[in-house]
Design a protein around this ligand. Structure first.
Ligand SMILES: *Cc1c(COP(=O)(O)O)cnc(C)c1O
Length: 345
């Protein structure tokens, strides 16, 4: 079989959640938007709920529906995009809590679903989502009269601990929410690592759970094993792959494995220094990554490999991201639908 295998370690995921949880004295929720950063929101959230997570966040109402079906009644599911036109039935039938982002959303929510739980998203400077200070000042008494369950905002630069934007947004969030008797949330993974001032009542980590930076102590959660389809010998001077970008400097053995950029293994990764692992032994990826195939120099192995590993403890989503000039989030959410997925734990 030439199906590449993605192994998702739910025990490592749970350990990451627990380790992040011990960094604060507040509640630790979990962000499982984009289908759990590509790893299956239902399985991810079910494992975290068993470990004690009580609140989950998704991007849009439809993701909340899928998550509610997987989790059943009980855990809180909140929707960052708030209450959009046409969402009322889903929010009600699947007990989803919208984080309202504007006066328009607020009016829509109060009219369509009076008494239905909601939170408020405030913009503390990122200029992406949520009510700005002026808008909030104008509507906050109305909002507070309807008993929001959470006031939240989001940090733009939390992965850079010394960035002046962090204290600036903290101050803006405090000015908008101090003295209000409603639970507050400011921090995702990055903010959790900035210290107590940033924790408030609830933190919302995403990437750290899945093994990515900026949570430096994160355990890797994904392993990616690619079956070798064919191995060939090259004479010095022969080339490999599209565009002849790699030339054999000596007699070589080249293995071809079954995955490519259609599986989320970004073509630009070869701008950096990427390996494929035969057990613990790194072998250089050579030539261009094509849609379904990658070529690897296995000359120095004593035995021909049946499988080569692209994601493991040594080479994480962040390593691949650095090579491709992107972030671990994008590597995770790009991992394709063609993999055979195995869940451990
Ligand atoms: C994605 C997201 C998070 C989680 O962020 P991580 O950096 O993955 O921890 C938290 N809050 C909001 C509003 C988000 O969009």
């Amino acid at each position: 079989m030439s199906t590449a295998r993605l192994t998702i370690n739910l025990d490592a995921l749970v350990t990451n959640w627990r380790n992040l949880n011990t960094k604060t004295n507040c509640e630790t929720a979990a962000v499982v938007k984009a289908n759990g950063y590509g790893l299956d929101s239902g399985r991810v959230a079910t494992a975290l709920a068993k470990a004690g997570a009580r609140n989950f966040f998704v991007a849009i109402a439809e993701e909340g529906v899928a998550l509610r079906r997987a989790l059943g009644p009980g855990p809180g599911i909140s929707v960052f995009s708030g209450h959009m036109e046409g969402d009322a039935k889903l929010l009600r039938d699947f007990q989803l809590t919208p984080m309202l982002n504007s006066l328009d959303q607020m009016l829509r929510h109060f009219e369509a679903l009076p008494g239905h739980p909601f939170g408020v998203q405030l913009d503390s400077g990122m200029n992406r989502l949520g009510m700005e200070p002026g808008e909030w000042a104008a509507v906050r008494d109305i909002a507070l009269g309807q008993n929001p369950v959470l006031l939240m905002s989001h940090l733009a630069c939390a992965d850079e601990p010394d960035h002046p934007m962090n204290p600036q947004q903290l101050k803006a969030f405090q000015e908008m929410t101090d003295g209000i008797e409603v639970p507050r949330s400011l921090s995702a993974t990055g903010g959790m690592l900035l210290g107590r001032d940033y924790h408030f009542d609830l933190c919302r980590p995403g990437i750290g759970l899945y093994g990515g930076r900026p949570f430096g102590d994160a355990l890797p959660v994904v392993q990616l094993d690619l079956p070798v389809i064919q191995i060939r010998d090259l004479m010095p001077g022969e080339t490999v792959g599209y565009g002849n970008t790699w030339t054999a400097p000596r007699q070589c053995r080249i293995a071809t494995v079954a995955a490519g950029y259609a599986d989320g293994l970004l073509r630009r990764m070869t701008d950096g220094d990427i390996k494929a692992y035969a057990g613990a032994t790194p072998c250089p990826v050579v030539g261009r990554i094509s849609m379904d195939l990658i070529t690897i120099d296995v000359t120095d192995l004593s035995e021909d490999p049946a499988v080569l590993t692209l994601l493991n403890e040594q080479q994480t989503v962040d390593t691949l991201a650095d090579a491709a000039g992107t972030i671990g989030y994008e590597i995770l959410t790009s991992l394709g639908a063609r993999y055979a997925r195995t869940y451990q734990g």
